[in-house]
Design a protein around this ligand. Structure first.
Ligand code: NI
Length: 185
């Protein structure tokens, strides 16, 4: 296993759609995911997509850390999703702070579907079907956007909330905004 270099905003690998994985059970995909896990732990992130480590394939990993679960959503251990598909299951969107390992130092308020269904395949070739809400739904949407060449600033409705993380304390929003901005994906 190895800690991989993370591509930063502006690198072409982050701007294009990634290719579907033909064989999710292939040893090289398992190797890639092992390296992505090590890279995510090293970077202390909540999620990572293969294009962020310069591999243009439809593979994401993510977790819902303790403290980010909601009433309807448990803590989610590190999950691997190959060739994921997302379907919103309500019309409702919610804004919350996001940060990205490929956009270091910055944070912004990003609208996301509050409730989704996602599917994909595991490294054993088994199909996953899962409903998600809250932060779980948000991190999956953030990671899957990377597979389509979309970084979170492109999803923002108000770019005046795009700011350096250390300046977030100046943002006049709800009292818990600063507490909530602590996951990078
Ligand atoms: Ni990201």
């Amino acid at each position: 296993m190895a800690i991989l270099k993370i591509a930063k905003m502006g690198h072409p690998v982050l701007r294009y759609s990634a290719e579907a994985v033909e064989d999710p059970t292939a040893p090289e995909i398992r190797g890639l995911v092992g390296d992505m896990m090590e890279t995510l732990v090293d970077a202390d992130g909540a999620g990572l997509a293969a294009p962020q480590v310069h591999v243009p394939l439809r593979v994401v990993i993510f977790q819902v850390p303790k403290g980010r679960e909601t009433d309807n959503d448990d803590e989610i251990p590190l999950t691997v999703l190959v060739n994921p598909i997302i379907t919103p299951t309500s019309d409702e969107q919610d804004e919350d702070w996001e940060a990205c390992l490929s956009v270091p130092g910055l944070t912004g308020l990003v609208p996301r579907w509050t409730s989704i269904q996602y599917s994909g395949v595991t490294l054993d070739g088994e199909k996953i079907e899962q409903a998600a809400e809250g932060f779980h739904a948000r991190v999956v949407q953030h990671e899957c956007d990377h597979l389509d060449g979309i970084l979170y600033p492109a999803r923002m409705s108000d770019l005046s909330t795009l700011m350096f993380r250390e300046e977030l304390r100046h943002y006049v929003g709800s009292a818990d905004d600063e507490d909530r901005e602590r996951d990078t994906a």
